[in-house]
Design a protein around this ligand. Structure first.
Ligand SMILES: CCCCCCCCCCCCCC(=O)SCCNC(=O)CCNC(=O)[C@H](O)C(C)(C)COP(=O)(O)OP(=O)(O)OC[C@H]1O[C@@H](n2cnc3c(N)ncnc32)[C@H](O)[C@@H]1OP(=O)(O)O
Length: 214
């Protein structure tokens, strides 16, 4: 299979197209009047670590013993990067990473784009292509960038390359994130965790600051 193969090519084949997906436009295609995403003036400088958005987050939380511990850094424009080492506890098949786990890593790196735009958003749709198996002990080099905004919708894309930033493409993802208010978490979250998060002034300050656009 050609390394250049990806979902867009597959969509031209009606035999493998899902019923709800159009060959030319999907809900992950920005509408014509979408606008470019804007890097917030207070976004961390390229190379700066973003830090965890929540200490118990499965993707980035420093206090989450079962988590991926992704430590994303700001990139150029509206982009972020991170490295993720596949550990034995991430296996699906013997010696190979579980696909859902890889999709989680993609979700997390895409979610980190919030910090570049100072926007709070959650994943509405995530489409992941698994292009080659990823062995345990591999280091996946993750990159995500926002491509467009339309109202509350943020369109973004991510890649995971094995062995180095220019290594073979193993995973790619397109996603639609939807902007929400802090109340989204307060309204839907579990009381104990919400109260603990709200007691952390840093979390609340950051979350509130993100609700004010430049
Ligand atoms: C204090 C603590 C702070 C912590 C900070 C944490 C930061 C973040 C953490 C990040 C962690 C990592 C990341 C994670 O893991 S985030 C966790 C995983 N994601 C979620 O839990 C989200 C669950 N879903 C929802 O809450 C709602 O459905 C949302 C909020 C997404 C939308 O419901 P809402 O009622 O608000 O809005 P709407 O329905 O009017 O939709 C608005 C627009 O969006 C379009 N649309 C929606 N869905 C889809 C879809 N599937 N495909 C295509 N399009 C979709 C829709 O057509 C409409 O378009 P338009 O009509 O405007 O054109």
């Amino acid at each position: 299979m050609s390394p250049a193969w990806h979902a867009r090519d597959r969509l031209t084949d009606p035999a493998v197209r899902s019923a709800s997906v159009s060959a030319t436009k999907t809900s992950l295609t920005p509408p014509d009047d979408a606008v470019p995403p804007v890097r917030h003036p207070d976004a961390p400088a390229p190379g700066e670590p973003l830090g965890a958005h929540y200490a118990q987050c499965f993707g980035c939380g420093t206090e989450q013993p079962h988590g991926l511990h992704l430590d994303a850094r700001a990139g150029e424009g509206v982009s972020v990067t991170a490295e993720f080492t596949v550990r034995p506890e991430h296996q699906g098949a013997p010696g190979l990473a579980h696909g859902g786990l890889l999709a989680t890593a993609m979700d997390e790196i895409l979610g980190s784009l919030n910090w570049l735009m100072h926007t709070i958003s959650v994943t509405g749709r995530l489409e992941t292509d698994f292009l080659q198996p990823v062995p345990v002990d591999s280091v996946l080099h993750l990159t995500a960038r926002a491509t467009a905004r339309h109202g509350r919708k943020i369109y973004c894309t991510a890649t995971g390359r094995v062995g180095g930033p220019d290594g073979p493409l193993a995973v790619r993802a397109d996603a639609l994130f939807v902007e929400v208010k802090v109340e989204h978490f307060v309204d839907h979250g579990r009381k104990d965790e919400i109260e603990a998060a709200m007691a952390d002034p840093d979390t609340v300050r950051r979350a509130r600051a993100f609700e004010v656009n430049p």
